[in-house]
Design a protein around this ligand. Structure first.
Ligand code: BGC
Length: 467
């Protein structure tokens, strides 16, 4: 059997439709659709694995689908303007048929998280590839999504497990924050900084004065891992100032030394800081989009709202008003960066998650009874991803082993594993209703690829640190 990395890529490629949509699971009737959530994380994994074309096709598919939602969003705006509350059926759906047509059924469709997530994924794609043409192509859908989220973000909607539609969920709000913040940064710099940070695009030597400036800016951001843009820019300027008296070649040398570190840094979470730095340092094309600051402001309001309402007993809660724990709360740190992985709120959240949800894999939440509430490989990978970002890659290694053992003889990963379930009585209930657990689940393969790449990066960083 080929190794699980190759097999995961093969499965994702095989089940990407001609249209560009990724099916959630090809062999499980209720999942023969494309979700914005599963699809975006699958595209992200393909980007990280170097298959940018697959990701690009997905984002073009999302664009083709969302353009058709303009009238729905207009109607939501009209209803709200007249003081009327839109109905769940007025909302753009969470999943589409692979040909892009919404399925008119009773699925709990009002889920906002995927709309934030796709904006984030798109920004990651542009950061990794420097493909600003794509950004122009999908711009209408980006604007539509921002408008939709700005109208509806405070409305209760179904969570990422498609449950509890009468509540607000910190993990969903984190997706909105992450997506809007990324979109704001992307529009603020017109993609200029994205080009600078794109891993494959980083030039080996500075080509212009601007890259000479931006390179140190990136390194400063990376080395200090600072969340504060002003600090990053200041650090970048300081580096440049020391070089200002030197000949251009001195800048070149410094750049080359710094960029090496910058390239090995996880580019994605720092892309935004670099964007600001690039703008402040006058990168060409780093023009201000007039909407960008409004979008950044909205993102910031969502972040503040999460911190004000989504916390109890010193940690994040499953939903507003429900203090339980949920594995999707990992998203608040990775990848959506509402807080740093080392933030005390996050540390307490992860402690509770480890205590109540982490066995060999990770359960969704303690009360989950879907197929008995088993352990999810994709969530185990998420915990491993968090560990890597929190500077604990050794804790992620056993997770990777466990996930590899979850693959069947065809190298396919399931949605969940039933060896250790919350409530065994519900296993036959779901089995009778929908058949065996969904396998292969593309999202599981995607998160495996992400964890594999994270661990490889952590290894490179550790090697660099030791020389
Ligand atoms: C999960 C969703 C997922 C969908 C398709 C559902 O069971 O709760 O998060 O998007 O399956 O994979």
């Amino acid at each position: 059997m080929p190794d699980l990395r190759d097999r995961s890529i093969e499965i994702i490629q095989r089940y990407q439709a001609q249209s560009g949509a990724y099916v959630a699971c090809p062999n499980f009737a209720p999942y023969r659709f494309c979700w914005l959530r599963d699809g975006t994380f699958t595209a992200y994994a393909m980007d990280r694995a170097g298959h940018h074309d697959s990701a690009r096709r997905f984002y073009l598919w999302v664009d083709s689908v969302l353009r058709r939602e303009a009238r729905r969003v207009d109607r939501i705006a009209d209803l709200l303007a007249c003081g009327q509350a839109p109905d769940h059926r007025d909302m753009p759906p969470t999943r589409y048929r692979l040909d892009g047509v919404p399925e008119e059924d009773k699925w709990p469709n009002f889920q906002l998280d995927g709309y934030g997530t796709w904006l984030w994924g798109l920004a990651e794609h542009v950061a990794m590839t420097g493909d600003t043409t794509l950004l122009e192509q999908v711009r209408k859908s980006v604007d539509l999504t921002i408008r939709y989220l700005s109208l509806c973000w405070k409305m209760p909607n179904y969570d990422c497990w498609e449950e509890f539609g009468d509540r607000l969920h910190p993990a969903t709000l984190a997706c909105l924050y992450g997506g809007l913040a990324a979109a704001g940064r992307l529009l603020a710099c017109g993609g200029a900084a994205a080009q600078v940070v794109g891993v494959s695009e980083v030039p080996k030597t500075p080509r212009t004065a601007c890259t000479a400036h931006t390179g140190p800016a990136l390194c400063a951001v990376e080395s200090s891992r600072c969340a504060d843009v002003a600090e990053a820019v200041e650090a970048a300027e300081a580096i440049h100032a020391t070089q200002a008296t030197c000949a251009t070649c001195a800048v070149d040398v410094a750049w080359a030394a710094h960029v090496d570190r910058a390239v090995h840094a996880a580019p994605s979470s720092y892309a935004g800081h670099a964007a600001h730095a690039a703008r402040a340092l006058g990168a060409p094309g780093a023009s201000n989009d007039p909407n960008a600051s409004g979008i950044a402001g909205l993102a910031e309001s969502i972040r503040e709202y999460i911190l004000d309402h989504g916390v109890a007993q010193g940690r994040f809660v499953k939903s507003l008003g429900n203090p339980s724990i949920d594995a999707s709360l990992l998203w608040l740190a990775v990848p959506f960066a509402v807080v740093e992985p080392s933030d005390p709120l996050m540390l307490s959240t992860v402690e509770e998650l480890e205590r109540r949800l982490y066995h060999s894999g990770v359960h969704r939440y303690p009360e989950d009874t879907y197929y008995g509430g088993g352990e999810w490989p994709l969530l185990a990978c998420w915990l491993g991803w968090y560990y890597c970002r929190a500077g604990r890659p050794a804790s992620a290694a056993p997770i990777l082993d466990w996930v590899e053992r979850c693959a069947n003889e065809r190298g396919e990963l399931p949605e969940q594993v039933s060896d250790h379930v919350n409530d065994p009585a519900f296993l036959p209930v779901w089995h009778d209703r929908w058949g065996p657990v969904a396998t292969p689940l593309l999202w599981s393969h995607a998160m495996y690829l992400v964890l594999l790449d994270e661990l490889a990066k952590a290894h490179v960083e550790a090697t660099h640190a030791s020389v």
